[in-house]
Design a binder for this molecule. Structure first.
Ligand code: AMP
Length: 148
């Protein structure tokens, strides 16, 4: 039986597992939906964080959200891509975790979300924690334990 309470896994700091903000593809609230679609398509990610000019986390934007916001009654209104801003379409109800939290407190959220946005005490975006990183860490832990 693996003891997950060894301090090596559940107590690990979010800081040590996160992808830091400088390596996270993101858009700003004032960018056009066209720009956001470009970043999403080029990066290959399904959803990316939306920040304000002070680097505060404002929400998430995804390709399905963009497509939904330019969907007219009869057709897809592609001309809206240029006109609409990211802040008009983004999802603002997103889970956020604090940079000082541990993995234990984030596990439940990761069941429902492929990644979580991390912010500091004043709401400044610090990076993301992906489900992939956590599973990778767990896999390393299991392998290490099996060697003992
Ligand atoms: P992954 O677990 O690596 O497949 O990532 C899951 C999701 O996290 C991706 O679909 C993206 O929405 C987001 N993500 C992962 N890495 C990045 C990154 N470097 N920049 C922006 N979003 C990312």
């Amino acid at each position: 039986m693996i003891s997950l309470y060894s301090g090596e896994f559940l107590e690990v700091s979010i800081k040590d597992l996160m992808i830091p903000s400088e390596r996270v593809a993101h858009v700003q609230v004032g960018n056009s939906l066209e720009h956001a679609l470009l970043v999403l398509t080029k990066s290959g990610y399904t959803a990316i964080p939306v920040l304000d000019p002070h680097y505060r986390l404002m929400g998430l934007i995804s390709t399905p959200i963009i497509m939904d916001s330019i969907l007219g009654l009869q057709r897809i209104e592609f001309e809206q891509l240029e006109r609409k801003r990211v802040e008009e379409a983004m999802n603002t109800k997103i889970p956020r975790i604090n940079i000082h939290s541990t993995l234990k407190s984030s596990l439940d959220l990761l069941v429902d979300h492929p990644f979580l946005c991390i912010e500091d005490d004043s709401g400044i975006f610090e990076g993301i924690l992906t489900r992939r990183t956590v599973l990778l860490k767990l896999s390393q832990q299991v392998k290490r334990y099996n060697k003992k």
